[in-house]
Write a protein that binds this ligand. Sequence first.
Ligand SMILES: [Zn+2]
Length: 169
Amino acid sequence: MGSFKDVVGHKDIINYIRSAVEKDKVSHAYILNGERGAGKKLLANLFAATLLCEEGGPDPCNTCHSCRQAEGGNQPYDGQVAIGAVVMNRVKSPRYPGSIAEVIYAPGQFGPVSNGSIARYLGGPKASCMQAAQDAINGYTTIGSYTHFRRAGSEVGPDSIVIGSHVFY
Ligand SMILES: [Zn+2]
C-alpha cells in the first residue's frame, strides 16, 4: 500500500488527512475531486488503510493484518499464500518441474505469465505479496497439498477450498 510519504504532490490534502487522524477528528465523508489520474484513488486507498490500520498511526504501518489485506487488493493474504503454496506443492510433486521458475513459467499455467503482465509485477512487487511468497517458500500453506486453482464458482468437485476469488483443489 505504501505511505503518504511516497505520494508526489497533494501535500495540503495529505497534511489535512494526517492531522485529522492524529487529532481523531475524521469526518463522516470526504470528496476527493480532481482530474483523472491525479491520484484521487491512491489518496483514498491510503486514507482508508490508515483508518483501518491496527497500529492507529497517521500512516498505514503496512505490516498489520489489516494493512496486508488492503495491499492484497481483492485477494486476502491467505489467498496470496495459497497461490504460493500451489507453486510450492507443484515443485514438490514429481508430476511437475522441480524449480519455482519452471513451475511458474510452464506454458499456460499462470495467467500473468500467459498474458505478459508478470513483467509489471516483477518491477515492484507489493510487500504483502513478497511476504506471502516467502511464507509459502518456508512451507506455510493455507490449502494443504492442492496443486490447482480456478476462479471461484468453477466446477472442481467436493475436495476443494475457496479463498478470496479462487477455488483451490
Ligand atoms: Zn497497519
